[in-house]
Design a protein around this ligand. Structure first.
Ligand SMILES: Nc1ncnc2c1ncn2[C@@H]1O[C@H](COP(=O)(O)OP(=O)(O)OP(=O)(O)O)[C@@H](O)[C@H]1O
Length: 264
């Protein structure tokens, strides 16, 4: 009888592991944001409600019950941006798009790739802008099309080249403000406005870095920032920023992520 009560099936363990992963991913997503404080507040309220119910405190219990009753709806409204980011992460971090071959299915083509020469041009531009302390924000699209952001800028549609990137970010260029967006081998647009992250970042980082992190939270794109103040190069991916990276590290990150795979 007792052994039947405590039987743990393989599926129960899997269930617990999946819930733990889900909670951990949610925690990573909202840590450092105001959403984290809201989540702690809501959780405390829920615990209080359980205590109130256990103590049979009718009046307080029913008032709190009204709030809890509309809880799911309230959660969706309050956490709308986080839910959106969470779904983007599920769709891109675990590469479901590639796994399920949606692209092939709908004929949208393969993942955007950049050849060795273009990665070299990109890195050369970043290195040169870093030396001259020219501020730059470069977005390299993954599977997401980024049409929303492209529409905020000027269409360019030119081959990636170091001189073009440096020209676009040259201080007197009319398009130097905002970001350039690269898809595969082409610079698609310049002067694009990106979503800003609401995460708490180092105080030394301003809007350019916030936009880089924001874009990487809202899509599977990779962002490169050259700081105008310090000349340092940073990369943001999946909402995390790696600061002050070397030229070699930048090449490695880009080649790992975007290098064309030799067909077998
Ligand atoms: N939402 C945005 N989308 C794209 N670019 C943006 C956005 N907001 C600001 N920028 C760019 O960032 C520039 C301002 O950078 P700011 O000095 O605030 O950033 P920073 O992170 O401190 O970078 P830096 O180290 O280069 O100074 C703007 O001139 C503009 O080009």
């Amino acid at each position: 009888m007792i052994s039947a009560f405590i039987t743990i099936r393989f599926l129960d363990i899997l269930d617990i592991i999946l819930v733990a992963i889900l909670i951990y991913q949610l925690y990573r997503l909202i840590k450092g944001t105001v959403a984290f404080n809201i989540a702690v507040g809501l959780f405390s309220l829920y615990l209080l409600w359980l205590v109130v119910k256990a103590l049979n405190m009718e009046l307080l219990g029913s008032i709190m019950g009204q709030f809890i009753g509309v809880g799911v709806l309230a959660l969706i409204i309050v956490f709308h941006p986080e839910i959106r980011k969470f779904l983007v992460i599920i769709g891109s971090r675990y590469n479901l798009n590639r796994l399920l071959s949606f692209d092939k299915l709908f004929g949208a083509g393969k993942e955007k790739v950049i050849n060795h020469q273009q990665i070299a041009s990109l890195v050369d531009a970043c290195e040169s802008m870093s030396k001259t302390k020219t501020g730059a924000l470069i977005i390299i699209a993954g599977n997401s099309e980024l049409n929303e952001q492209i529409n905020t800028g000027e269409l360019i549609n030119a081959e990636v080249s170091s001189s073009l990137i440096r020209t676009l970010f040259f201080k007197n260029s009319p398009l130097h403000d905002g970001a350039i967006i690269i898809k595969g081998t082409r610079i698609v647009a310049a002067g694009c406005i990106l979503p800003l992250t609401s995460k708490s970042l180092d105080k030394a980082l301003g809007l350019r870095h916030r936009a880089a992190v924001g874009m990487s939270e809202n899509s599977d794109a990779l962002s490169i920032v050259v700081s105008e103040e310090r000349g340092s190069i940073s990369v943001a991916e999946k909402g995390e920023i790696k600061r002050r990276i070397s030229k070699e590290a930048l090449i490695q990150i880009l080649e790992q992520r975007f290098q064309e795979e030799v067909p077998v």
